[in-house]
Design a protein around this ligand. Structure first.
Ligand code: FA5
Length: 340
């Protein structure tokens, strides 16, 4: 029986390889698995066989294998037909998308990918986090207890269930520190929401990119090195920055890193609210309370964190004068920065 099924398997394989249509495969299926097909004939032979049991098993194994071979061939033909259809559609209409309009990446996506690549090349991983978080994640884990005046800096959208829309990407710090422990290098871009009065440099929905690095002996020099590298690679030219003290309860010491406004060259315009400088990337050494809340041994490890204003960075990089253009859905304005 074994030789017979081997012979049938070979024949079936050759026939299926030569089949080019559904109908051909179906004919082969009937000739092998149909009522009067090759398998049925083998079964009929079984009646007189001495080794009914083992021969029956061989036939059944062949039947299962034949079913699989036939279904694979049918799938191959279906896929080939679909490919041919796509090819012919492209031949007569090279761009089968709507009215030949090509999509393009949003400038925030472009700038985010660029910054991600820079940090990845320096050993940082890119993490993702929720947009809806709880009070603990957004404030308490960051050394901002209830009723702390620092909460007033971020007018928050609360949901009926007590959760809130994250006001800053720092809201992911605790979860990411807890997830990986130390040493750690991670960035996490994300959308943030604040109840802001909007103007040329403030939106109620905007993007930030948080970065944290925790290890032994991390100091302010490391922080400054990484900020400088990132900015010089994004802008590919020398730009003026200034570092001044800034207060955030989750860092100590904390800094405001401002960039000379590239829209007006520092003269003062609506994009920088007339100051010639734009607040871009507050940063600082992570407060020991925040490290401890994330389960880090504060005797052994220190770290820095920054909160890059990604939407503002895109403004400066692409010369967009009004931040509100990014959320406008205006394709004329948004599609000029890069195509897919
Ligand atoms: C924060 O959100 C802190 N979480 C940043 C931080 C992280 C500090 C880690 C220290 C360590 P701030 O509220 O300043 O800080 O926002 C950070 C940046 O986000 C700003 O510099 C700015 O570039 C951008 N940003 C803030 N609010 C808006 C807004 N309404 N529209 C556009 N961009 C904004």
């Amino acid at each position: 029986m074994k030789e017979k099924t081997e012979e049938l398997r070979k024949k079936l394989s050759e026939m299926l390889a030569a089949a080019e249509t559904d109908a051909a495969v179906e004919a082969i299926r009937v000739s092998f698995l149909g009522k009067k097909g090759a398998v049925a004939e083998l079964m009929a032979e079984l009646r007189n066989a001495a080794d009914k049991k083992s021969a029956g098993q061989i036939i059944n194994e062949f039947k299962t294998e034949a079913e699989q071979m036939i279904s694979d061939a049918a799938e191959r033909i279906k896929r080939a037909a679909l490919d041919a259809e796509i090819r012919s559609a492209k031949k007569y209409n090279p761009d089968i998308r709507m009215n030949n309009v090509r999509g393009s990446y949003h400038p925030i996506t472009l700038v985010s990918r660029e910054v991600e690549a820079i940090f990845k090349s320096m050993g940082f991983t890119v993490e993702d986090y929720y947009e809806i978080v709880d009070d603990y994640k957004c404030f308490e884990s960051l050394n901002i207890p209830k009723h702390h005046p620092a909460r007033d800096m971020q007018d928050t959208y609360y949901l009926d269930n007590g959760q809130l829309l994250k006001t800053h990407t720092s809201a992911a710090q605790n979860a990411i520190i807890r997830k990986y422990g130390a040493p750690l290098r991670a960035i996490f871009p994300g959308r943030c929401f604040r109840n802001e009065a909007t103007d040329a440099c403030h939106e109620n929905t905007f993007f930030q990119m948080e970065g944290i690095m925790i290890d032994e002996n991390i100091s302010i020099s490391n922080l400054i090195y990484f900020m400088k590298t990132m900015l010089s690679e994004v802008f590919e030219r020398d730009i003026k920055v200034r570092l001044r003290p800034g207060f955030f309860p989750f860092v100590e010491p904390g800094f405001e890193l401002d960039i000379n406004c590239l829209i007006c060259g520092g003269e003062g315009c609506p994009s920088c609210k007339g100051s010639g400088w734009l607040e871009l990337c507050p940063c600082g050494m992570i407060h020991p309370n925040v490290l401890a809340e994330g389960g880090i041994d504060t005797e052994k490890y220190t770290g820095f964190a920054f909160g890059l204003g990604l939407t503002r960075l895109a403004m400066m990089k692409y010369g967009v004068k009004d931040i509100r253009d990014f959320n406008s859905g205006n394709l004329k304005a948004l599609s000029q920065f890069g195509s897919n």
